[in-house]
Write a protein that binds this ligand. Structure first.
Ligand code: NDP
Length: 282
């Protein structure tokens, strides 16, 4: 079985660099998908209240026979709950849905700078409480732009351990990624294979053929060698295994430069822009 490296976060905790994401997995199918991922060897699950499937994640981990401490679990604060009291209730709800008394990592899912008077700082200070209480071992943010991180640096005490952002060969998000690297904030790359959109790219398929690997493995290996934390999603057991087999090969000289050159900037973005995204579930 592959050995997944760990990354040390700025608070001294460690996180497996490769995990399993459960966005868009039907709540009724999540426990089975996570159970299969755990059988494959994944020990890091990325969920969110917004995905509606935290229950299935907790259920599968309990049923696996693994100790809670052997699986790294991340969840996220949904967009409707940025006010501190709402955030406290939502966090309780996440722990209850998972059936655990702590999460390893809890994130503000989106900054929502156009809502709540743009006050994601008080939301962040509420996450600082969860960390101080030990109920979230680490805390971080998601979809924060460099300006949002600057504001936290100026107005809050704890530096986010991670920033989870859209990042793949077509959207390399360099400004945010560099800000994180310079300030000790680990980059988690969501949609690491752009939900499959990068897999037919001739640059990727050429490398895959040369190395005798699949296009998904090449792209995920590119992330790993850059130091990104990734958690590809798949409900196909064969692909779950494929995406886990990343640690017995390396890209060759020139491959990074070739993949780096695929960046399309904003045109490569598949999700909403964090500066304008203002969706709050009804
Ligand atoms: P991914 O880039 O992981 O792609 C998932 C898609 O690619 C699925 O359709 C899957 O199909 C397919 N796929 C997976 N592996 C392979 C493979 N080896 N070959 C071919 N196709 C493959 O997209 P996600 O958007 O799911 O991102 C991953 C995770 O990131 C999410 O699950 C979630 O945890 C997180 N995320 C966070 C966001 C945030 O705002 N913080 C936003 C979006 C995602 P199939 O399942 O049918 O196999």
């Amino acid at each position: 079985m592959s050995t997944v490296p760990t990354i040390e976060l700025n608070d001294g905790n460690t996180i497996p660099q490769l995990g399993f994401g459960v966005f868009q997995i039907d709540p009724g199918e999540t426990a089975e998908a996570v159970a299969e991922a755990l059988r494959v060897g994944y020990r890091h699950i990325d969920t969110a209240e917004m995905y509606g499937n935290e229950e299935g994640v907790g259920e599968a981990i309990r049923a696996s026979g693994l100790d809670r401490s052997e699986v790294y679990v991340t969840s996220k604060l949904n967009n409707g709950y940025h006010e501190p009291d709402d955030a406290r209730r939502a966090f309780e709800g996440t722990l209850e849905a998972l059936g655990f008394d702590y999460v390893d990592l809890f994130l503000i899912h989106w900054p929502l700078p156009t809502l709540y008077d743009g006050d994601y700082v008080s939301t962040w200070k509420t996450l600082e409480e969860f960390k101080a209480e030990g109920r979230s071992r680490s805390i971080g943010v998601s979809n924060f732009e460099a300006a949002h991180l600057e504001r936290l640096a100026a107005e809050a005490d704890v530096v986010p351990a991670v920033n989870q952002i859209e990042l793949h060969p077509y959207l390399q998000n360099r400004e945010v990624d560099s800000y994180g690297r310079e300030h000790g904030i680990a980059t988690q790359a969501w949609s690491p294979i752009a939900q499959g959109a990068v897999l037919d790219d001739p640059v990727i398929t050429e490398i895959a053929e040369r190395l005798g690997r699949t296009p998904a493995q090449v792209v995920l290996r590119w992330h790993i060698e850059r130091g990104n934390i990734v958690f590809p999603k798949s409900t196909t057991p064969e692909r779950m295994r494929e995406n886990f087999e990343l640690f017995d090969f390396e890209l060759e000289p020139g491959d990074h430069e070739a993949i780096d050159a695929l960046d399309r900037g904003e045109e490569g973005r598949t999700g909403p822009h964090p500066d304008s995204f203002a969706y709050v579930p009804g």
